[in-house]
Design a protein. Structure first.
Length: 260
């Protein structure tokens, strides 16, 4: 179980993570952080929950967080980004999770467009960014990150295979050490969000580019190949008919390659 004194001690010297709100039980860290952001909360404020009862992922999917099993954190950020650059926050978070998992657990995760972190083809972390804009300028963003550390949901409880860091590493993973590594990785890249390096490193981490895939969007299902991504975070998808689509939101699934 996380305790406030230990949490505060592990955050010493960091730019983000203060002030910190620690809850033993909470509906959603993102919802709580958004309420605080709307009330003028400073950049760097962090909400942490031991258990989330109404955690959510993209497309309003439920994100399960049993007590003491995960990292469930949300950061209030106020970077000088435009609406077209907002996807950089998802890129930043994905890279930070990968780098923290490497550093603390010795693993090599990959990213699945647009916002999932996979190990061995199974989801171990998800990212959800809630943003508010004034005109075209970002007013604030709540960067939510959920990482399965010691537990993963059963296959029948989720729509995509899941795993956790401890199962993949074969040893215990200290959540506070992981949290510090995660925040450090966010801080390292934060001031260069609008530059080329964040996009280039995110693109290099993406698996499944060039593979036959299904893309599920609000407009329906597309079958084809996920060819590339744009600096704005859109997926470049070539359909079976040869039409190239730039898609900003959707659910990407691999399809088996056809035998020659």
């Amino acid at each position: 179980m996380l305790h406030a004194p230990d949490l505060l001690h592990r955050l010493i010297g960091l730019r983000f993570g203060r002030p910190v709100y620690l809850f033993q039980h909470l509906g959603s860290t993102n919802d709580q952080a958004r309420r605080l952001a709307e009330g003028g909360a400073p950049e760097g404020l962090m909400v942490v929950a031991e258990e989330q009862t109404a955690g959510r992922g993209r497309l309003q999917r439920r994100w399960l967080t049993p007590p003491g099993s995960a990292l469930a954190v949300s950061l209030v950020l106020r970077p000088p980004l435009t609406a077209a650059q907002a996807m950089r926050l998802t890129m930043l978070a994905g890279l930070a999770v990968c780098e923290a998992a490497e550093r603390v657990a010795g693993l090599r995760p990959e990213l699945k467009w647009p916002n999932d972190v996979l190990i061995g083809g199974r989801k171990t972390a998800g990212i959800l960014v809630d943003s508010a804009f004034t005109g075209d300028a970002l007013e604030y963003a709540v960067l939510g990150i959920g990482v399965n550390v010691s537990w993963a949901p059963a296959p029948e409880a989720v729509d995509f295979p899941a795993t956790c860091l401890e199962a993949e590493a074969g040893r215990p993973v200290d959540r506070l050490t992981l949290l510090r590594a995660l925040l450090t990785a966010v801080e390292t890249r934060y001031d260069a969000l609008a530059g080329e390096a964040v996009f280039a490193d995110w693109r290099a981490r993406l698996g499944r580019l060039g593979a036959p895939a299904e893309l599920h969007t609000e407009a329906g299902r597309l079958i084809g190949v996920a060819e590339d991504v744009t600096p704005e975070g859109a997926l470049v998808f070539r359909t079976e008919a040869g039409e190239v689509r730039h898609v900003l939101a959707g659910d990407l699934r691999l399809r088996p390659r056809q035998a020659d």
